[in-house]
Design a protein around this ligand. Structure first.
Ligand SMILES: Cc1cc2nc3c(=O)[nH]c(=O)nc-3n(C[C@H](O)[C@H](O)[C@H](O)COP(=O)(O)OP(=O)(O)OC[C@H]3O[C@@H](n4cnc5c(N)ncnc54)[C@H](O)[C@@H]3O)c2cc1C
Length: 403
């Protein structure tokens, strides 16, 4: 039996969602045990974009200043045409954006964000960190819970928050469904020193090159010393494990008709590691008894809106608030939490799918039409399209509980 206090809330998964909810709960006075399968917390990381909605939550977690210190505020979000490099859409993200949304749009190294959240967790005596612990199942006894680990350990606590990502073992036991929905796209992520990047693509913007069945995203990190680059494309071999040569040949075939700047970007791509892109259908209920889910475990989304981590962080603050209001009644707090969150997170999932298929990856005349429409939108119109998302999540938006 592990040494954890029996009244601890057991958070499974030490990603951004798990770290955020541990901090949010501990700041409300709860004891938390944060359990991670990897030997170290937060070591993997590329760049991440965060909308202003994340800052409403960072304020509540007391980390906004630290995040801003490590972040870059880009000039704009820019969508470029993969054929001629022309502008399809541009959303300015400097002064007028901050005036409208009260907080900035930022890009940050995921490791830096993780370290800020984990640093705050370590500084809080209510949080115990438990690395190298792979959770394989749970039991809910009605008045307490127990986790089982691969090492045959049992960890007891008051409630469980499954923040264990897309392939959550907690969700698997609770919802009993199959694999995530794979859409036939893969991603290659890369970070290179800015000094290796040619001058024409070194810009302080989040740039998305859109083409038929593929896109590339890039932006600067760490005071402009690093360049974050992601290539995403459709391939029939998305389930096969290839080698560097076959991956490279596939990338060259996929992007053969694209703009010369895109080809230059692709030459920098790290082809060794590949992510298969997937999500799941939204669900209305992701809590059962004293067990609930958070972040990608609850509502995994395509990255079109760059909001997966933002939603996990919103979940975290909402969950802690409702648990704190429930005076130890985890069952009703978890039901209120999912009722408060499912419509907003489902909208992110659905809109991400819609824009993935109908905006990001269209070609030919369809892309020309998209360019005709979006390039003519005023800044005000662009901001209004995003207001539902970037204005943030308030607990008062919570829907009443179903009977
Ligand atoms: C290419 C790409 C780009 C993206 N860009 C953005 C972006 O710009 N902005 C944004 O907001 N989102 C973005 N996302 C989405 C974002 O990465 C995820 O939504 C976010 O990381 C989810 O956080 P999480 O904590 O829920 O899950 P995860 O980050 O997946 O963390 C889960 C943690 O649980 C641990 N774990 C898993 N199983 C177990 C187990 N059995 N026992 C113990 N521990 C376990 C894992 O090791 C991991 O540490 C992007 C995603 C991709 C694929």
């Amino acid at each position: 039996m592990a040494t954890t206090a029996r009244d601890s809330i057991l958070v499974v998964g030490g990603g951004l969602g798990g770290a955020a909810v541990s901090l949010a709960l501990a700041r409300k006075g709860f004891r938390v045990c944060l359990i991670e399968q990897a030997p170290e917390f937060g070591v993997i990381g590329y760049g991440i974009q965060l909308g202003p909605n994340a800052f409403h939550m960072f304020d509540r977690l007391g980390v906004s200043e630290a995040v801003l210190k490590q972040a870059i505020i880009p000039n704009s979000l820019l969508m470029l045409d993969s054929v001629d490099g022309g502008i399809i859409a541009r959303i300015p993200t400097r002064a007028s954006f901050v005036t409208r949304f009260k907080y900035p749009y930022i890009v940050i190294h995921r490791i830096d964000l993780h370290h800020i959240l984990l640093g705050a967790c370590k500084a809080n005596s209510g949080i115990e960190l438990m690395p190298e612990t792979n959770v394989i199942g749970y039991e809910d006894f009605g008045d307490r819970v127990r986790l089982r680990t691969q090492g045959d350990e049992c960890i007891e606590g008051a409630a469980i928050v499954g923040a264990d990502g897309l392939r959550s073992s907690i969700r698997q036991q609770m919802v009993r469904e199959g694999e995530p929905r794979m859409i036939g796209f893969v991603a290659h992520r890369t970070i290179v020193p800015m000094s290796e990047v040619s001058a024409d693509v070194r810009r302080n913007d989040v740039v998305l090159w859109a083409g038929p069945g593929f896109h590339i995203v890039h932006y600067p990190l760490r005071a402009g010393t690093l360049f974050n680059l992601v290539a995403v494309f459709k391939t029939s071999s998305y389930l096969e494990r290839g080698d560097i040569r076959s991956y490279r040949a596939e990338i060259e075939r996929t992007y053969c008709n694209s703009h010369p700047s895109m080809k230059a970007l692709l030459s920098m791509i790290d082809v060794a590691r590949r992510w298969v892109i997937s999500d799941r259908d939204p669900i209305r209920h992701w809590s059962k008894g004293r067990v609930t889910l958070l972040g990608d475990a609850a509502h995994p989304t395509l990255q079109t809106l760059a909001q997966g981590a933002c939603m996990a962080i919103e979940d975290a603050v909402c969950l802690a608030q409702l648990v704190s209001e429930a005076n130890g009644d985890f069952v009703s707090a978890f039901r209120r939490y999912e009722a408060a969150r499912y419509l907003r997170t489902a909208r992110v999932q659905f809109e991400s799918r819609y824009h993935w298929d109908n905006f990001y990856h269209v070609g030919g005349i369809e892309r020309e039409v998209a360019r005709e429409i979006w390039s003519k939108r005023s800044e005000k119109e662009m901001f209004e399209c995003l207001a539902w998302l970037y204005d943030g999540f308030a607990l008062s938006q919570s829907a009443p509980l179903e009977k």
